[in-house]
Design a protein around this ligand. Structure first.
Ligand code: URA
Length: 210
């Protein structure tokens, strides 16, 4: 994957994203849509995974059939909203190892504060897919990627639902080696660091906390 930013404009993704943006959409439906979009995005994020051949026997004859090669993936959820993307991807790739990075955003400084970090061992040899629905200022995403690199990760992709131009620029500056895959690139951030037009607070909408 060579481009720094990929916007996946598949009609199914765009349709479901519009439903998610609509403030009338219920918490339950929001979560379901996020899960569905996460699987469609995962299709794109994993499209160039290396394959190898395995000898199998169909009911008709033997054949060399393609299977995923090499070490398994690691999925890393940036808490708490990342969990909404994680569940769907994990359903598609059940053997992936899973990590969590807990960061919250200080509402005044908009800077990330770490409160949890637990990731699989041997990140060095894995493709690490970090997931967080909203790439807003990019501060917490860049900080999460810093932590993953400190833990040994060398091959990282960042998957999100919505990105703001400011967040994309921040990630490109801090981590030019980490491709960003998103369902949409929105217009801007507001003064509180929310994405406009966006969908509001992804965590609150997903968990019904507001
Ligand atoms: N986090 C959110 O949940 N929404 C935004 O718009 C920005 C950051």
């Amino acid at each position: 994957m060579s481009d720094h930013l990929t916007v996946v404009k598949h009609p199914l993704i765009q349709h479901k994203l519009t439903l998610m943006r609509d403030e009338a959409t219920s918490t339950n439906h929001f979560r379901q849509l996020l899960r569905e979009i996460s699987q469609l995005l995962a299709y794109e994020v994993t499209r160039d995974l290396p394959m190898e051949e395995k000898r199998i026997k169909t009911p008709m004859q033997e054949m060399d059939a393609p299977v995923l090669a090499g070490r398994k993936l690691a999925l890393v959820s940036i808490l708490r909203a990342g969990n909404g993307l994680l569940d769907g991807v994990l359903e598609l790739i059940p053997s992936a190892r899973v990590g969590f990075v807990g960061l919250y955003r200080d509402e005044e400084t908009l800077q990330p504060v770490q409160y949890y970090f637990k990731v699989p061992e041997t990140l060095e040899d894995r493709l690490v897919i970090a997931v967080d629905p909203m790439l807003a200022t990019g501060n917490s995403s860049a900080a999460a990627i810093d932590l993953l690199k400190q833990a040994g990760a060398r091959n990282i992709r960042f998957m999100c639902l919505l990105a703001a131009p400011e967040g994309v620029a921040r990630m490109k500056e801090a981590h030019p080696d980490v491709p960003v895959i998103t369902a949409a690139l929105d217009e801007k951030l507001n003064e509180k660091g929310y994405i406009i037009p966006g969908l509001g607070d992804a965590g609150d909408r997903m968990f019904g906390t507001k």
